[in-house]
Write a protein that binds this ligand. Structure first.
Ligand code: ADP
Length: 336
């Protein structure tokens, strides 16, 4: 097999089901990239434990479900190494090493840390793991000394800290164990922020997110998709078919743009009052179910023993690269 540059990607296992936003904003790009790069595709179980009190009751089962979603979305385990973070203990060890070259002040200034800290109910303790999240994330990435990391547009700033940690390590131990990696950014605005099925209190579409409970999941059945689409947010002032629609503010029209080749005509007719919201919803139900059909077929062919052996193999492949990097790091530190 020809040599391929490495890339690393992953999602947290804080929920057992991935949604269309996760697919469009991340997975779709990974699937595309795996032909040209050696993809290490991680299920981040440790990262799902960073907020004490929100600890999933069965993180192991969640992780396996997320891995199944990766495969059903088109990640090919024959080309890519799919693995669970905690099955590759080098992640924890490099995290510890990186914590020695990372200033606490820098971590306290990370915007997502500040937001998460504020989101926690009053009186709840902030875990050390929450503060150290970017340090573990840096270990996740740098263990594979990757060419690049696929990342949504809004997430790119998070990776800057990983580059800083790599530079700190290289400078502290006078080495070049951790080379610079690139952000592989998907520039598509709609795909990097897929709206949910609902709108906020001001009638503005908001991001699809499991915390808003406004998702279409990759595992939803045909009937669930139909039910959810029927209840989706459309232009509030379009009561009758002849009322003009505003596709930019309508969840159904946004999904049509993503999944229907005829979306331009559908949008025009919506604006002209030649189409009603129910007609749009009915088209969307068909195209979405068609889009999800191969996902459902791949998932149906995955039993527990297949996924177990795939994850075992994925972890072995990941460890080969990770242990080599860790040895280089320890050598640079004169620990060996
Ligand atoms: P959630 O908001 O449901 O908790 P996560 O924060 O776990 O999702 O996101 C995991 C990945 O999926 C990230 O790469 C993120 O950029 C992407 N993602 C999440 N929601 C969306 C969305 N609505 N549109 C596009 N990408 C998304």
């Amino acid at each position: 097999m020809a040599y391929k540059q490495r890339i690393l990607s992953g999602m947290r296992a804080s929920n057992p089901r991935l949604h269309l936003g996760n697919y469009e904003g991340a997975l779709r790009n990974w699937v595309k990239l795996q032909d040209d790069f050696k993809l290490y595709c991680m299920v981040a179980d440790y990262h799902a434990l960073t907020t004490m009190g929100d600890i999933p009751d069965n993180i192991g089962a969640y992780s396996r479900e997320v891995a199944k979603d990766y495969i059903s979305a088109g990640i090919d385990p024959r080309q890519s190494s799919v693995f669970i973070q905690s099955h590759v203990p080098e992640h924890a060890e490099l995290h510890l090493i990186f914590s020695m070259v990372t200033g606490v002040g820098k971590l306290e200034r990370v915007p997502t840390y500040k937001e998460k800290k504020e989101d926690l109910a009053e009186g709840r303790a902030v875990s050390y793991g929450l503060l150290g999240y970017p340090v573990l994330q840096s270990a996740d990435i740098l263990l594979y000394r990757p060419h690049g990391v696929p990342v949504g547009k809004d997430q790119a700033p998070h990776l800057e800290l990983s580059r800083e940690i790599a530079r700190s390590f290289n400078s502290a131990f006078d080495c070049d164990v951790f080379p610079e990696f690139k952000d592989i950014i998907d520039e598509d605005d709609l795909r990097s922020k897929v709206p949910g099925l609902d709108a906020d209190d001001n009638g503005v579409l908001r991001k699809m997110s499991k915390s808003y409970d406004n998702c279409i999941y990759l595992t939803d059945t045909e009937d669930e998709v139909a039910r959810k689409v029927k209840g989706a947010f459309t232009t509030p002032s379009k009561i009758k078919k002849s009322d003009p629609g505003i596709p930019e503010g309508c969840a159904v029209c946004q999904y049509l743009k993503l999944y229907s080749a005829d979306w331009k005509t559908l949008w025009d007719e919506d604006v002209q009052g030649e189409r009603g919201c129910m007609q749009n919803k009915s088209v969307l139900i068909d195209v979405l179910n068609e889009f999800l059909r191969p996902f459902r077929e791949r998932r149906a062919s995955l039993d527990d023993s297949t996924i177990e052996s795939m994850l075992k193999q994925g972890a072995e492949e990941a460890r080969q690269c990770a242990s080599e990097t860790l040895s280089l790091a320890k050598k640079a530190m004169r620990l060996t």
